[in-house]
Design a protein around this ligand. Structure first.
Ligand code: SAH
Length: 343
């Protein structure tokens, strides 16, 4: 098995080529084939000599994602891919069309360790982290297959991005680089279930991305019942690192809050949330909980959601309700998983 060439930065690739006895400028050519043109084999790199292509083949592999299944929503043309990785593992990605362009929701791990009770991604357990190349490939393959340019990325697919910190940071570096697709950091959102150690590390980098935090409950009692990560870092600890994050980066945090009937949607919950978030540079995004067939959670009624919003607004908190896309193909938040058992 060769080395994963698509996970190498341009600088690393230059060093590799020199150690293979090649000129370092060839690296830029190869890098462009991989990251701008989405080449999936060395034979496509027709402007390289046959010798060099052979050498590359003997030393490296190009990890890609093959399309195992593709589903298109009849409601809103959202597309969901089930991708097979080089070792046979499966992940999902979703492409959504908005007025401002195409957004992809990428996975960061095969499965998930976090065990949130309302989410499908952890049901079949955790297998492994994705390499930078495997996160990139989701974008390259979707662009090629749909013949589109993707302008926005949300790291909200399968997995906990801050539990795969180094690979996710390298991915961000490569996707925003002008040697690659050059997507603006401001067009990227990263969502975490509340891995405080990861948020601490992230804030030091002062990236211009949007941090989304999956809060889903205003207190430890409800949050620990639905999100095991809360036993490691509780609501106060999480909110205090979030406050620090907004102060250090001057970036607004987006709190995700899945509205689950009878679980976290009472007036008291709204008041408690309002009190705790008041004055923070943030925004609350309510998501009527999506169904997951193994679970029996019900979404809150529109009425309940409206009441909840009114209360939060009294605390001067900016609130929106997330529009659900791709609901007929299980492509909505919390519905992605690492298996084929998903339609
Ligand atoms: N692990 C990260 C990335 C996943 S993002 C995180 O937890 O943030 C997926 C988003 O969908 C998260 O906000 C998650 O909490 C939310 N989600 C999970 N299950 C859901 C469901 N059934 N309905 C609505 N949102 C859900």
């Amino acid at each position: 098995m060769g080395k994963d060439i698509k996970s190498l930065s341009l600088t690393e690739l230059k060093d590799e080529l020199v150690s293979l006895g090649e000129k370092s400028f060839k690296a830029a050519q190869i890098y462009a084939w991989l990251h701008k043109r989405g080449a999936e084999s060395f034979d496509e790199m027709t402007d390289l000599s046959k010798d060099l292509r052979e050498k590359l083949k003997n030393n490296y592999d190009i990890y890609t994602c093959s399309i195992e299944k593709k589903l298109v929503s009849v409601y809103d043309s959202t597309v969901k891919y089930l991708f097979r990785l080089h070792d046979g593992e499966l992940i999902e990605s979703v492409i959504m069309k908005y007025k401002y362009g195409y957004t992809i929701c990428v996975s960061s791990q095969v499965g998930c360790k976090m065990g949130c009770t309302f989410c499908a991604s952890g049901i079949a357990g955790f297998i492994r982290n994705l390499a930078p190349s495997e996160i990139l490939s989701q974008i390259y393959i979707a662009q090629k297959d749909l013949n589109i340019r993707i302008s926005h990325i949300v790291m909200m697919g399968v997995g906990e991005p801050l539990d795969n910190f180094d690979n996710v940071m390298k991915f961000l570096d490569m996707i925003t680089n002008s040697d690659g697709l050059n997507i603006g950091m401001r067009n990227i959102s990263l969502s975490t279930c509340g891995v405080v150690s990861g948020i601490e590390k992230l804030l030091e980098r002062k990236l211009q991305l949007t941090l989304s935090v999956s809060l889903h409950a205003p207190n430890d009692d409800i949050r620990s019942r639905t999100m095991p990560v809360n036993n490691r870092w509780n609501v106060d600890t999480l909110l205090s690192v979030c406050r620090k994050y907004t102060q250090v980066t001057s970036r607004r945090i987006s709190f995700e809050y899945a509205m689950i009937s009878g679980v976290n949607d009472s007036d008291e919950c709204a008041h408690e949330l309002g009190r705790k978030l008041k004055g923070m540079l943030c925004h609350v995004n309510l998501i009527p909980v999506n169904s997951v067939k193994e679970r029996s959670y019900k979404k809150s009624s529109d009425n309940r959601i409206n009441e909840f919003i009114k209360i939060l607004e009294k605390y001067r908190i900016n609130v929106t309700v997330r529009r659900t896309l791709g609901s007929d193909i299980n492509a909505s938040c919390g519905q992605l998983r690492r298996g084929e058992n998903n339609t």
